[in-house]
Design a protein around this ligand. Structure first.
Ligand code: FA5
Length: 357
């Protein structure tokens, strides 16, 4: 039996040499040292050995078993050490490396423009006010010298949202239909009716019209300026518009006032600015996708009509004033370097576009 124990020892030690991971080591350990393993099987046979040799064989068996147990535990430690070293190599952390920044959003260019425009007018003492987006016909049209069946109202291509006769019941408000306000001029009568003079206000709001093409969106923003006091003249209007154009667009951009007709101002103008896409070079011979003949219309302006001042509860003999209403998107598009040749791009939610600003 002596040889058999010696062979078992050699066999186990040979097998140990080729083991490379702890799972295989465990399997091998069970095979040799487990309860039903090779070592246990061999030890069971010691009872068959002659009495005079049994003590000797027993001692040898114990020696082989202890030797193998030590060899297995040494291998175990060796493999654990190697695993640890491998993990340290794979999982090391450079704590001096800069962290990964999370993506930061920013304001939409239209929102930024609204902030900048408000700031410029604030410097001239124009306070921000807000008139409703869902508005009574009265404030959107009638108080602005446009009676219900006046053809001029067709120009505004309005979204009507409810039958005013029903909606207004019991509310004590000025009646008429309800509309999504097609312009910010609905703030004029509301501001005058507050009776606090002089008025220098800016109303920036969303406005709605049934239009969609390269220079029109169904929802857009306007800013409305209104100044009412004694002795306000067209020279004040011109000064304010020029100050805004120079501050927002830069001294090199040109503006022009074109005679126009609005029911709520007299005289009335349209304000144009030289186009930032073609730099004002388009003419009837050379075309620009965005503008007409080098100019883009930004908005309207004029001296507030006496009927509108009267509707606001003020005396037009005593008070005069000017008003203007511009589109924010168009204003933004005309800015140096914007190069946006389709207004709808602003609202397509394409991050490749928005991230440029
Ligand atoms: C008006 O809305 C007048 N309320 C402006 C006004 C105010 C005149 C006070 C006199 C006194 P108009 O319809 O022209 O005017 O529109 C003004 C500006 O809004 C346009 O010049 C343009 O810049 C912008 N605008 C109009 N419709 C759209 C649209 N569908 N999409 C984008 N911008 C638009």
């Amino acid at each position: 039996m002596k040889e058999e124990f010696e062979q078992l020892k050699d066999l186990a030690q040979e097998a140990l040499k080729s083991v490379l991971d702890r799972d295989k080591l465990e399997v091998l350990k069970i095979e040799f040292l487990g309860r039903k393993g090779k070592m246990a099987e061999l030890m069971k046979q010691i009872v068959n050995v002659a009495d005079e040799e049994r003590k000797l064989i027993g001692a040898l068996a114990n020696e082989v078993k202890t030797g193998l147990e030590s060899a297995f535990s040494a291998k175990e430690q060796e493999l654990a050490g190697a695993e640890e070293a491998g993990r340290a190599e794979k999982e090391w952390l450079d704590i001096s490396e800069p962290g990964a920044w999370s993506k930061e959003g920013h304001l939409h260019p239209v929102t930024t423009a609204i902030g900048e425009i408000s700031d410029i007018f604030a410097r001239l003492g124009f306070a921000c006010v807000r008139a409703p987006e869902v508005e009574w016909d009265y404030y959107a049209f009638e108080s602005l010298n446009m009676p219900p069946d006046h053809p001029a109202r067709d120009d505004w291509e309005t979204f009507f949202i409810a039958d005013g006769a029903q909606t207004a019941q019991g509310k004590g408000e000025k009646q008429g239909k309800m509309v999504l306000t097609p312009h910010t001029s609905n703030s004029q009568n509301r501001e005058m009716a507050k009776g606090k003079l002089p008025i220098r206000m800016i109303n920036i709001n969303r406005t709605y019209r049934r239009q969609s093409d390269v220079s029109h969106t169904p929802m857009f923003h306007q800013f409305e300026g209104l100044m009412i006091d004694q002795g306000v003249t067209i020279a004040h209007l011109k000064g304010v518009l020029d100050y805004f154009a120079r501050t927002y667009f830069g001294a090199e951009r040109k503006t022009r006032l074109r005679p126009h007709h609005f029911r709520f101002t007299e005289p009335s103008f349209e304000i144009d600015i030289s186009c930032g896409v073609c730099q004002g070079h388009a003419s009837s011979d050379s075309t620009c996708r965005l503008c007409k003949a080098g100019w883009l219309e930004l908005g309207g302006a004029g001296m507030v009509h006496p009927n509108v001042i009267r509707a606001g509860g003020l005396d037009p003999e005593k008070y005069t004033g000017f008003a203007f209403g511009w589109g924010i998107e168009r204003t933004l598009m005309m800015r140096e370097g914007m190069q946006v040749d389709d207004i709808r791009t602003l609202y397509r939610n394409d991050l490749r576009f928005v991230k440029q600003f």
